[in-house]
Design a protein around this ligand. Structure first.
Ligand code: B12
Length: 235
């Protein structure tokens, strides 16, 4: 698994319309995106899952998780989301791209042998939160550091999360909230602290402006998340 940033791709400073010939005039606006991101946007807009999988697989292999997330996936996801907000269209594209991305990112963790951590790292999305893709990118980034994670996925009820913490004794619990509607800080307080207590980390734009319970830190980007969770997991 290649972890180096490597080839950043051909930068394109101009706003670019990825016009999809058989997509009925569907357009995605990508500003300053690399060639691979434009290819990913075209494949996603064409609902060409095989091409999306190929592009993501090759990028993860050659450039690693951080570059694939920041240079390919984030620009295309943001653009797909903006297009949905403006037109109400493209939920199909959003689903296809997220599904392929989760598959490609999961494969990074599945290939991890002999992880360095003994205690689990739990990654979950907050109650009511269906955005779970960032959990998978964090898990893949940690796998590159030989840290194995348990991804608990979307909309984790607080009682079930508390139970999982009691039963598995994690070193870290990461809770993602994409939206303010799902970022009730009280659910962070109900995470139990069996000895030794886990480090609890909150991530995602949903937590912006929220006051988090004492002792809980917030991370703001992929690199900070992987660093903070990796240290808490012992690497
Ligand atoms: C894929 C997607 C979906 C998929 C999710 C699939 C999945 N399994 O995850 C589906 C189709 C299910 C979905 C559903 C919905 N979605 Co949606 N979705 C998206 C999309 C396109 C990408 C989400 C994502 O992974 N983002 C991750 C990164 C790319 O984005 P970001 O968090 O904004 O990144 C910022 C920071 O978090 C940070 N960052 C970047 N990467 C990382 C990594 C880490 C680890 C950290 C800590 C930080 C970090 O940097 C960025 C700049 O600050 C976004 C568009 C967008 N801009 O995000 C919309 C978006 C998040 N969705 C949106 C909405 C409104 C919805 C729905 C409510 C729609 C509906 N009416 O049903 C539902 C939510 C239902 C629910 N109960 O949760 C809005 C949210 C608006 C808001 N602020 O609340 C967005 C922003 C679209 C838009 N432009 O309006 N969605």
């Amino acid at each position: 698994m290649g972890g180096a940033a490597g080839d950043p791709g051909a930068a394109d400073e101009a706003e670019l319309d990825c016009d999809i010939s058989h997509g009925g005039g569907r357009v995605l606006r990508l500003t300053g995106a690399c060639a691979q991101a434009r290819g990913l946007a075209r494949a996603a807009m064409s609902l060409d899952a095989a091409a999306v999988n190929r592009i993501l697989g090759a990028s993860l292999e050659r450039r690693g998780v951080a570059a694939t997330w920041q240079e390919l996936l984030v620009p295309v996801l943001v653009s797909v989301g903006d297009r949905w907000a403006a037109t109400g269209e493209g939920v199909d594209v959003e689903h296809l791209l997220s599904e392929c991305a989760m598959g490609a990112l999961r494969a990074v963790g599945i290939r991890l042998e002999n992880p360095v951590n003994r205690r689990p790292v739990l990654l979950a999305a907050a109650e009511g939160e269906l955005h779970s893709l960032p959990l998978h990118v964090v898990a893949a980034g940690l796998a590159e550091r030989r840290v194995a994670c348990h991804v608990l996925g979307a909309s984790m009820p607080r009682a079930a999360l508390a139970d999982a913490v009691r039963r598995s004794g994690p070193s870290v619990v990461f809770l993602w909230a994409q939206r303010v509607e799902s970022s009730d800080p009280a659910q962070l307080s109900t995470i139990p602290a069996p000895r030794p207590a886990p480090v609890v980390v909150a991530g995602g734009p949903g937590w912006s402006g929220r006051t988090l319970p004492a002792g809980i830190t917030r991370v703001h980007d992929f690199a900070e998340a992987v660093e903070r969770l990796g240290v808490a997991a012992g690497v």
